[in-house]
Design a binder for this molecule. Structure first.
Ligand SMILES: Nc1nc2c(ncn2[C@@H]2O[C@H](COP(=O)(O)OP(=O)(O)OP(=O)(O)O)[C@@H](O)[C@H]2O)c(=O)[nH]1
Ligand SMILES: [Mg+2]
Length: 373
């Protein structure tokens, strides 16, 4: 296993998440340095911390240094020239995990697109630096080569996009087909490791891979499930994470597209998380869903891992998250199966109400037409 020195923020949740990401990428963390600020212009960290890091790195000889922030190419270059090690920033690390997890043709394309976007964002700075004449031959690349490199990335991105477009259209056709057959659709969404796949398996009798590693699921699977004799289609999706840059969400758009079109979304929340993490992950989830255009009235909340904490504590957390008002939350345990049927019942009720209000609206419009002026 490759070893890493990790540089992250001085907060427990940040440390845990960063370690989880290293773990998911297959790295063993041999040393962790924490700081409360990681955005210093030259190296991200201060000169003093860099000196300490240099010493530790000499001693432990890690394969990689993981920097849990987004680094500019110049910062990455500066760090690498002092430390003589490969430097991975937070985005590059997430991309490595995505790359190792992608199994379907479509998710491979999505990861490739995200990787090219990452390079593109950096190519721009390289182009800028060399065209200003400030750093000719920046990182050993001349202006001409930078342009060629830049255009090559652009071209490759176009090719991948058109392939993804095709896959997206295929998906759309499937979606329409299902709709014609009268299937209602449900999608699972939530922070990575919240237990989406475990709940999916419980609801469908499937055996998809689940694990405590981050980003176990990268492609969407859809299965049929019967709720009170009525057939539904349910999909498992890729997990969210905080500070996931917009371009990565964009690269996974066609997978996440399922969320946009689903009749119901089960937002899976790990209610056993500390209050601090719970709030952060919940906010990041809601933000991502709203960016995808998912309205709140299509959501129900599965407060998962309820087997790990006391009911009073769950009540308290429901209040804090402000979920009490909408009465669409249910504590569940995907592991033991507790309340999984209640989630199904809740979904069925909401969909029936949706149909009812649609019916009311339509018949009202009809009346208006008949008697309108
Ligand atoms: N105690 C307990 N553990 C659970 C429960 N549900 C899931 N887990 C555990 O939580 C971990 C993550 O579960 P997954 O189902 O893989 O999570 P996910 O949301 O699909 O994660 P990604 O695919 O990585 O986004 C696994 O180790 C599960 O066994 C639960 O109700 N109770
Ligand atoms: Mg999963």
């Amino acid at each position: 296993m490759n070893s890493v020195i990790l540089i992250t923020y001085d907060k427990e949740d940040a440390i845990n998440e960063a370690k989880g990401l290293c773990d998911a990428a297959g790295y063993q963390v041999v040393h962790t340095i924490t700081q409360n600020f990681l955005k210093k212009p030259k190296y991200g960290i201060s000169g003093g911390v860099l000196e300490r890091l240099e010493e530790i790195s000499e001693k432990l000889r890690p394969d990689v240094i993981v920097f849990d922030e987004i680094l500019k190419p110049s910062q990455n270059y500066n760090l690498a020239s002092v430390l003589h090690r490969e430097i991975l920033d937070r985005e590059a690390l997430i991309l490595e995990i995505f790359e190792s997890r992608a199994s379907s043709a479509e998710s491979k394309l999505q990861v490739k697109l995200a990787q090219l976007r990452y390079e593109m964002a950096r190519a721009k700075e390289k182009v800028r630096l060399s065209s200003m004449g400030e750093q000719p031959g920046f990182m050993g690349i001349g202006k001409f080569e930078v342009d060629v490199y830049y255009n090559d990335i652009k071209h490759r991105m176009q090719t991948i996009r058109s392939k993804l477009d095709k896959a997206g259209k295929q998906r759309e056709l499937h979606r329409q087909g299902r709709k014609r057959m009268g299937f209602k659709t449900i999608s699972l969404a939530g922070y990575t490791s919240a237990g989406k796949t475990t709940l999916f398996n419980k609801m469908t009798g499937e055996t998809r891979a689940q694990s405590k590693e981050l980003f176990t699921t990268l492609s969407t699977t859809t299965r049929r499930v019967t709720i009170n004799q009525e057939p539904f289609l349910i999909s498992d999706t890729v997990g969210f994470i905080s500070k996931l840059p917009a371009y990565m969400i964009d690269a996974f758009k066609s997978t996440l597209e399922e969320l946009r079109h689903a009749d119901m979304i089960i937002v899976v929340i790990d209610i056993s998380d500390s209050l601090f993490e719970l709030k952060k992950k919940f906010a990041s989830c809601m933000r991502t869903l709203s960016e995808l255009g998912v309205e709140k009235d299509r959501m129900v909340y599965a407060l998962n891992k309820a087997d790990l904490i006391k009911p009073e504590e769950i009540e308290k957390k429901i209040n804090i998250l402000n979920l009490i008002e909408n009465k669409k939350q249910i504590p569940v345990s995907a592991k033991t199966g507790k309340n999984v049927n209640q989630i199904k019942g809740l979904i069925k009720n909401i969909i029936e109400n949706q149909n009812l209000s649609k019916f009311k609206k339509n018949s009202f419009r009809g009346v208006e037409k008949k008697f309108g002026n």
